[in-house]
Design a protein around this ligand. Structure first.
Ligand code: ATP
Length: 468
């Protein structure tokens, strides 16, 4: 287990503008998180690196960006309406609800009551909403919440898994994968790629998790990066192994320590019924060893389902004239939030500088939200301020993710920069006025070197362009 405390990460993330509890000004909303300025940058960098590595640098990958709300038939065909459930229990005393497979059922952790739980029942995790001008409009509905909750409990069995036949009912997608499968034929028809090829999608997914917990690890709104890689049925094993190799490379690129990752092959009994092989990549999170991402061989399950439900052929016609067939699929599925948490856990370090404990994020250059901070040694000398601003502007035109910082003393600035993983701090001092040189301080070693400010800009630019 990681020796980093989750609370330290949550506190750093909030204090330094990475991630805030969602709707915090109104008391929050469970399972929802907002990204602040540095969180947006970190997330963007992660997603961009993912796209560069898995999509842009390859010639067998395509991206789609499907609508979040899809025809309800998508979720009926995929099995989500019937089976995307978690087991739910409710304490008969305090009425708090829990995921039955995640709690000790001998007593209620909230009110302490022993053996107080209802029988477990299936709770569908999809968020339902309606589309089009139906009902009275959200703003006009007035309900007595307490009465509604009581009624809900009374008629639990019917209500929990209500499967409405209402035409206007739709779901927020619980995964991005189905937006890929439903566009399989569109991509074939417009690009006619050779097999194997993959379709990737990045976007939001929503799950009404019974117990959202552990910071962003289990959220109700999160982002996925998913790929469906279409292969000839007889080649699945070879391509599955290829994906294991690519995923291992990806972990290295984003700086996840090897010894924090476990590859767990899932037993047949525990695997989704459509999967012939699944590997969960687990990470030593501060909360313990938990799933970071998954890799599954899904056979032709999804495309066949779509064919059956839509009555449209999902066959691939090889260019060499051989018989058409439904491709099989290897699916690597990455969760952005879990990667952010893994990256923070893996890069969070402390050391002692001049007798003081220092926290720094040892982020790879490309992931770091800020590449450098620039500032004057002192604020009260006009020439130094003028030169500092000039250096800042020139640097920023070359490497955009650079921040100006003139607040507090230089030591505190360095600590702030370290804490958000900024690789370099550039300071303009008295000597700079004589020879245009600046100091450039390195985050991990805290060592400083002196160079001409144009050289410093080139140095950082080189990192920007060359470092993976
Ligand atoms: P778990 O068993 O942890 O609930 P899962 O097996 O249901 O996860 P998948 O359906 O395989 O997850 O989803 C693919 C990936 O999406 C996961 O590996 C994870 O990275 C991410 N993910 C799934 N659910 C959540 C969530 N509630 N919050 C954040 N990320 C999630």
């Amino acid at each position: 287990m990681s020796d980093i405390k989750l609370d330290d990460l949550v506190s750093l993330a909030k204090r330094r503008g990475f991630i805030f509890p969602g709707s915090s000004v109104y008391g929050g909303l469970s399972g929802m998180w907002d990204y602040g300025p540095l969180g947006v940058k970190l997330k963007d960098n992660l997603v961009q690196m993912w796209k560069d590595f898995f999509v842009s640098s390859r010639d067998d990958m395509f991206m789609v960006d499907a609508a979040i709300i899809m025809n309800k038939k998508v979720w009926q065909a995929s099995g989500h309406v019937d089976t995307f459930n978690d087991p739910l229990v409710e304490c008969k005393k305090c009425h708090n609800r829990f995921r039955a497979d995640k709690v000790d059922l001998s007593y209620c952790a909230v009110c302490g009551e022993k053996n107080s739980f209802t029988d477990s029942r299936n709770f569908n995790l999809m968020f339902s909403t309606s589309i089009g001008p139906v009902g009275d409009g959200v703003g006009e509905v007035t309900v007595d919440r307490k009465l509604l909750e009581k009624k809900l409990r009374e008629t639990e069995d019917e209500l929990i898994n209500l499967k409405s036949d209402n035409e206007s009912q739709v779901y927020l997608r619980p995964e991005t994968a189905q937006g890929i499968f439903t566009n399989f034929k569109n991509v074939i028809d417009s690009f006619y790629p050779d097999i194997p090829f993959g379709i990737a999608q990045h976007g939001k997914a929503f799950r009404n998790e019974i117990s959202p917990r552990d910071f962003i690890f289990r959220s109700r709104e999160f982002e996925q990066l998913e790929i469906e890689y279409f292969v000839k049925p007889e080649n699945w094993q070879e391509k599955f192994d290829m994906w294991v190799g690519l995923i291992r490379q990806w972990f290295e690129i984003i700086g996840l320590k090897k010894d924090m990752i476990t590859e767990k092959e899932i037993d047949e009994k525990e695997r989704a019924h459509y999967s012939k092989k699944t590997i969960d990549f687990e990470f030593d999170f501060p909360i313990g060893k938990e799933e970071l991402m998954g890799l599954a061989y899904r056979t032709d399950f999804d495309l066949k389902n779509i064919e059956n439900h839509s009555k449209k052929s999902m066959e691939y016609k090889p260019k060499d004239g051989s018989s058409s067939y439904i491709p099989h699929v290897i699916e690597p599925s990455f969760g952005v939030e879990r990667f952010i948490l893994a990256v923070l856990s893996s890069s969070y370090k402390t050391d002692t500088i001049n007798g003081e404990t220092r926290v720094f994020l040892d982020l790879p250059f490309k992931l770091a939200p800020l590449k450098a901070i620039v500032g004057p040694l002192v604020k009260n000398k006009k020439e130094i301020m003028d030169l500092s601003l000039k250096v800042f502007k020139e640097l920023k035109s070359i490497v955009p993710d650079i921040m100006w910082d003139e607040n507090s003393n230089i030591g505190k600035r360095y600590r702030r920069a370290d804490e958000v993983g900024t690789p370099f701090c550039i300071t303009i001092d008295f000597q700079s006025l004589d020879d245009d040189s600046v100091t450039i301080r390195h985050r991990n070693t805290t060592e400083q070197s002196r160079m001409n400010y144009k050289e410093a800009a080139e140095y950082i630019k080189k990192q920007y362009l060359n470092v993976n």
